[in-house]
Design a protein around this ligand. Structure first.
Ligand code: HEM
Length: 519
């Protein structure tokens, strides 16, 4: 998860392989793909043969399958292409990505069959996770079988049970106060500007504190011996490497990937990552105090070996920091676009908290119980995650067949994809799907909706382990921000172009103006 700064600068200049080399590689891999494609078709059979009804989808012949890859190569239109397919083909469709057919499930009923299944043969992740495996090794997101089961149990017990979650309120409060100080300084000139970087730093500080027992500045001190390097840019470069591979599927072939300049960084990242986690042990206490020790101590004390500690600490950091930062960023954006909802949230926050400052003393601490009273804010969080489910595309590779209907069986060895916005923006499930309407999450509304119609954190046994953590973190930060500031924006939702950078990332960050409240 770590890169050396001066190496990454070089990558910026060469920005991938030149067009000529790319075309050469493409021709070469197209031939390989063709052979593999034919072999695979003969060996496995496919969904079209197993189901007794035709499965629709774009480009279902060889050339079409290459066209699908090219259709998705432009990051600016990637999400739009998927949205179009989801709206056009309905509850199930098949997309050929070169040699690999992917079956997309796009109805709550079918999703329940897959995600709700307790059969471990339905738990493995699809081919698109390959680049992620190189960073996370055997961490929870990509592991399977007994390893996944025991680690999930361990993490749930040590990190995500109710009492531990409550203890994180200390970290959420403290980091939110740091964020407020930064925002106050930043916006005192009244100018409109983005705050994406501040959201990322806030969330990364929370995650490094929870996982390693260290704030970002302390983390940077540890890696300070490596010139021009800071943790946030290392993490971002890692993400760039993963995206490059996913958007250019021929780079999934290891021999070709090794020719790419970014691949060297992955090796360095891995070595530095291990060293870093090992070093972090020396910096923090023994884990007895949640506030000083991190997840790495808890895992070590539970008998997990160093490799395992490395895998899970970095998985938790990378799974938790950007998803939550991006959700918080969009929550504040939607509240800026909808002053009526912003005011409703603020009124309920004012009613719950009497302290004027919110950061000055122990009285200003937001407790977990207080968060549970912020009902409108919670609905705004839910509606934000419906409209902006930033972990937008997930994939399984099922190892045993899955019966969806009497005449519809997905064969074993199929990659099954879920494009979450396809569900969240289905007008039959959510009328006027593009509109921000938090009241969709009133109890009377949700009780009439299929439970798998809302899956920003996935669902079933492999649902996001950190979903409560993320919601608590977002609500704490937002409560403090709304208590201190009025938020407005000149950016328009229609102009936000989302790039598929593992999570959905705005091409150009939105602008905000934060004005201090007179309390
Ligand atoms: C708004 C914030 C978040 C969103 C939208 C989100 C979304 C998701 C989704 C969709 C999955 C399923 C991935 C898949 O099936 O491949 C997932 C899994 C996971 N998430 Fe989150 N997540 C968020 C925050 C967090 C946080 C804060 C943590 C850690 C503290 C975390 C840790 C994990 C882990 C470890 C998994 C793998 C679980 C397993 O496979 O058993 N996530 N998340």
């Amino acid at each position: 998860m770590f890169f050396v700064g001066n190496i990454t600068n070089g990558v910026g200049q060469s920005e991938g392989i030149t067009a000529t080399v790319q075309w050469f590689l493409l021709t070469l891999t197209s031939s390989l793909i063709l052979i593999q494609f034919l072999q695979k078709r003969i060996k496995d059979g496919n969904l079209q043969e197993k189901s007794r009804r035709p499965i629709p989808g774009p480009g279902q012949h060889f050339l079409g399958s290459l066209a699908n890859i090219f259709a998705l190569r432009n990051p600016r239109t990637f999400v739009k292409v998927f949205e179009k397919w989801a709206a056009k083909y309905g509850p199930i469709y098949e997309v050929q990505f070169g040699p690999v057919p992917v079956t997309f499930l796009n109805s709550p009923q079918y999703l329940q069959k897959l995600l709700g299944s307790n059969d471990q043969n339905h738990f493995s992740k699809g081919f698109a996770y390959e680049p992620l495996r190189e960073y996370w090794k055997g961490g929870l997101i990509v592991s399977t079988g007994e390893k996944w089961k025991s680690r999930r149990k361990l993490l749930t017990k040590h990190m995500f049970k109710y009492s531990t979650l409550q203890s994180y309120m200390k970290i959420f409060n403290r980091e939110s106060c740091h964020l407020l100080t930064t925002l106050e300084e930043m916006y005192k000139d009244g100018q409109s500007k983005p705050m994406e970087h501040e959201m990322m730093s806030f969330s990364l500080n929370v995650m490094t504190k929870v996982a390693l027992g260290l704030r970002l500045a302390e983390v940077d001190k540890i890696i300070g011996e490596i010139p021009n390097t800071d943790f946030l840019s290392l993490v971002n470069k890692t993400k760039e490497a993963m995206c490059t591979r996913i958007l250019n599927p021929w780079l999934l072939f290891k021999p070709i990937w090794r020719l790419h300049p970014l691949s060297k960084l992955t090796e360095i990242a891995s070595v530095l990552g291990r060293r870093f986690v090992a070093e972090s042990f020396k910096w923090v206490g023994n884990g007895a105090d949640d506030d000083t020790g991190g997840l790495q101590h808890l895992l070590k004390n539970a008998g997990v070996e160093l490799d395992g500690v490395y895998e899970e600490s970095l998985t938790v950091i990378s799974a938790g920091y950007e998803t939550t930062a991006s959700s918080l960023h969009f929550l504040l954006f939607f509240l800026a676009l909808h002053p009526n909802h912003q005011e409703q949230c603020r009124q309920e926050i004012d009613a719950v908290f009497e302290d004027v400052d919110f950061c000055s003393n122990s009285q200003s601490f937001i407790h977990y119980d207080a968060l549970t009273q912020l009902k409108h804010l919670e609905m705004c969080v839910s509606e934000t995650l419906r409209l902006h489910p930033n972990a937008f595309l997930i994939m399984r590779k099922i190892e045993a067949e899955l019966e969806l209907d009497e005449d519809l069986i997905i064969p074993a060895n199929t990659n099954v994809g879920i494009f979450i916005p396809g569900i969240h923006k289905n007008p039959e499930l959510y009328p006027n799907p593009e509109e921000f309407i938090p009241e969709r999450f009133l109890k009377e509304e949700t009780s009439n909706r299929h439970p798998y119609a809302y899956i920003p954190f996935s669902a079933g046994p492999r649902k996001c382990i950190g979903y409560k953590f993320a919601i608590m973190e977002m609500m704490t930060a937002t409560a403090k921000i709304l208590r201190h500031f009025h938020i407005s924006t000149n950016s328009k939702i229609e102009e936000v172009v989302l790039l598929p950078h593992i999570t959905l990332t705005p091409e150009k960050p939105m602008d905000f103006v934060l004005t201090k409240r007179k309390l």
